[in-house]
Design a protein around this ligand. Structure first.
Ligand code: ZN
Length: 348
């Protein structure tokens, strides 16, 4: 879990992925998990792992599999610095503003990170009217206070600097809780699967992509570069088996294993691949479940529609309270995720 913690505590919003990319690249190189590593022009990291077949079972034309986990997280870019030092921000990714009250944030400047507090403009409970307290503010109404004089803030913070919510990583019961488990879990599962792999006849191109949260942008050039036969998105999905949500809208169940997305609003996965993966899960005794996500997409859609079209599967970890600072993932699902991914890759 130390690696997952490190990934969640390294900030990277869309278009500002250099820090998380460095952490992942360092880990891959240090543990010799890939044979080649490159960063494309948009900033996606692509590691190539050549086939390691069982002797005598070499394939003359190995199947080329592309894995894609987006390494950006929802966050903000600074859009304005007022004379008295308050920051305004533009969201990069989908936030529910009800989750943004009184949040600690980190403002990442070229001269280092600054801690801050985010709040909507308005009055505290003591002096607000009942009507004022019922209103859910728009994202534009939020500001960040760095506790510094205006001139100081103006000299340190630039328009376009990245801002992330700042929350710790914690073990909670059988689960872990942190910010940006979407999608540090996918980034982590790809690494763990590479560690787990023994013999595989396929050639694996593992991509950690950029700018997914603003519309699957980085996966498009990455897929054109790799030209895979099979694409696999490694992401997260909703888990709404929680109070206040009807059972038919739960999407997935925490503890029932990694999800295979049958369909979401960006793509319909290849049914043969789903059935192959399920057969491997059954043989190996690894838990997995099917899920349909009515709204939301993932990088598999970009791979699927590249060039002449690509067959795709989507692995996704059930996440409760997704897109908040306290996202929750069950340890059994994390385990099932990388084990099933590795076991299936060994069959290709
Ligand atoms: Zn995601």
């Amino acid at each position: 879990m130390e690696l997952l913690e490190l990934l969640t505590q390294t900030p990277s919003v869309p278009g500002r992925e250099s820090r998380i990319r460095q952490v992942i690249a360092d880990y891959l190189l240090q543990h010799q998990l890939v044979d080649e590593l490159l960063t494309d022009a948009m900033g996606s990291l692509i590691g190539v792992r050549r086939p390691r077949p069982v002797p005598g079972q070499e394939s003359p034309v190995p199947c080329k599999v592309m894995l894609a986990a987006h390494m950006d997280q929802i966050g903000f870019l600074v859009s304005h610095v007022s004379d008295d030092g308050y920051l305004r921000v533009t969201p990069a990714g989908g936030f529910d503003t009800r989750n943004l009250f009184a949040r600690r944030v980190r403002v990442c400047t070229s001269a280092g990170d600054l801690p801050g507090v985010m709040n909507p403009a308005g009055k505290p409970i003591h002096i607000s009217t009942p009507e004022e307290r019922k209103k859910v503010p728009e994202i534009e109404e939020f500001f960040i206070d760095l506790g510094l004089p205006g001139a100081d803030v103006k000299s340190r913070v630039k328009i376009g600097d990245m801002v992330v919510l700042d929350g710790p990583f914690a073990a909670v019961g059988q689960s872990v809780v942190s910010q940006c488990l979407d999608n540090r879990v996918g980034c982590w599962a790809q690494i763990r699967a590479l560690e787990q792999l023994r013999h595989h006849a396929c050639e694996i191109h593992a991509a950690w992509t950029v700018q997914e949260e603003v519309g699957l942008r980085g996966a498009i050039p990455a897929a054109y570069h790799v030209q895979p036969d099979i694409g696999v998105a490694c992401d997260t999905t909703l888990c709404c088996k929680t109070p206040g949500v009807p059972d038919e809208q739960r999407v997935s169940v925490a503890g029932d294993g990694v999800c295979l997305h049958v369909m979401d609003s960006s793509a319909i996965a290849d049914l043969d691949l789903i059935e192959q993966i399920e057969a491997v899960a059954q043989r190996q005794g690894i838990k997995c479940q099917r899920a349909i996500l009515p709204r939301g997409g993932q990088d598999g859609a970009a791979i699927q529609r590249s060039r002449r079209g690509v067959r795709i599967a989507v692995f996704a970890c059930p996440i409760k309270y997704i897109h908040t600072v306290a996202e929750m993932a069950h340890r059994d699902d994390l385990d099932a995720y990388y084990k099933l991914l590795a076991a299936w890759l060994e069959t290709l």
